[in-house]
Design a protein. Sequence first.
Length: 116
Amino acid sequence: MQCQQCRRELDDNESVYRVATGYFGDHYRLFGGSVGSICAECALATRTYGEFVSPVHWKQQLRAPEPCAHCSRPVILNGRRRRPLYVVCGDRCRTAVYGRRARRRKDHGVAACLPE
């Protein structure tokens, strides 16, 4: 997995920050949406107006790391936003988790709850 801001390849056990930036500015363009997966260096960098501007505001409350529902990588979410149904580290894991959910629903023919 790559950091969506600095494009650095992350180790398998390295924490990922899932940050929501809104629908405006350069981060929406970088992340391809309003939520991105970035490394700790980019998330905790001092706020600058240069090449790397941290999308994590210093007043944000961060949650304790939770494992990704697909690959078990530690994921740190913003504490002020509602916790998602499935905590995922990035787009590939989100696609895998929701694809698995859709296949289970199709196999059972009903809307099934998915306890892990």
